[in-house]
Design a protein around this ligand. Structure first.
Ligand SMILES: *Cc1c(COP(=O)(O)O)cnc(C)c1O
Length: 220
């Protein structure tokens, strides 16, 4: 079932990319494994999936430590006091949204003699329940980040509101792309757009996603 789901998702990504005149190779699938165990992660890796997403430090710990060769992405809300648990094991943090977290990551990175790659999470829809920076605060936030030499900003991430008709998410994804393009010359090379989940990844790819975070469509 996983193999078939994977094939179907990859085909949908390729078709959406083609519709938008994009190269499907520019879109990375991140398999979100928060609801499955180590065995499923192994099976997914055997199929050729290289990148995996988790949203809770503690729930992920066993998987991440058991399979350290995989590219792990931290996609959930990150508490500053968990920065040091995340830093050594994760390839990219998708949820940077405040300076206190920047400071914690910088401190840990210095201690470990490392740098940390991040995406800035933006709350494009303004939904109260969502984490992320207000779009209007992005330029000022990026400016401040330049003062932290261990933090590399690679792009932006968002979660669209959950709606019945995925087409309704298009304006939010388009907005994230426009924000990336508007802030492209700020000292960091903003390239990545992490957007799109099971319900809406096809729209996200059409609107420029470079990373889609998919759980249910793969594992259920
Ligand atoms: C769970 C989760 C996903 C994947 O959700 P599905 O609907 O299962 O594809 C993507 N992004 C984040 C931040 C998540 O927490």
């Amino acid at each position: 079932m996983l193999a078939e789901n994977y094939k179907k998702v990859m085909r949908e990504i390729a078709l959406a990319a083609e519709r938008a005149g994009r190269d499907p190779a520019d879109i990375k699938l991140i398999a979100v494994t928060k609801t499955v165990g180590i065995e499923e992660v192994r099976q997914a890796a055997e199929l050729g999936i290289t990148d995996f997403g988790e949203n809770r430090v503690q729930d992920a710990e066993e998987k991440v430590k058991a399979l350290p060769a995989l590219n792990w992405h931290f996609i959930g809300h990150l508490q500053s006091n968990k920065a040091r648990d995340v830093l050594p094991h994760y390839h990219l943090i998708h949820s940077l949204d405040r300076i206190s977290l920047v400071k914690a990551l910088q401190r840990c990175a210095e201690k470990e003699g490392k740098e940390v790659d991040v995406l800035i999470q933006v709350n494009v829809s303004g939904e109260e329940s969502k984490f992320g920076l207000e779009p209007g605060k992005l330029p000022g936030f990026i400016e401040k980040l330049a003062g932290y030499n261990r933090i590399n900003v690679k792009g932006l991430m968002t979660m669209a509101p959950f709606v019945d008709d995925p087409e309704e998410t298009r304006p939010w994804f388009r907005k994230l792309r426009e924000l990336r393009d508007a802030n492209a010359k700020t000292g960091f090379e903003l390239i990545e757009l992490s957007m799109g989940m099971t319900n809406d990844y096809i729209i996200a790819v059409e609107e420029g996603a470079t990373m889609v975070r998919i759980g249910s469509a793969l594992f259920y």
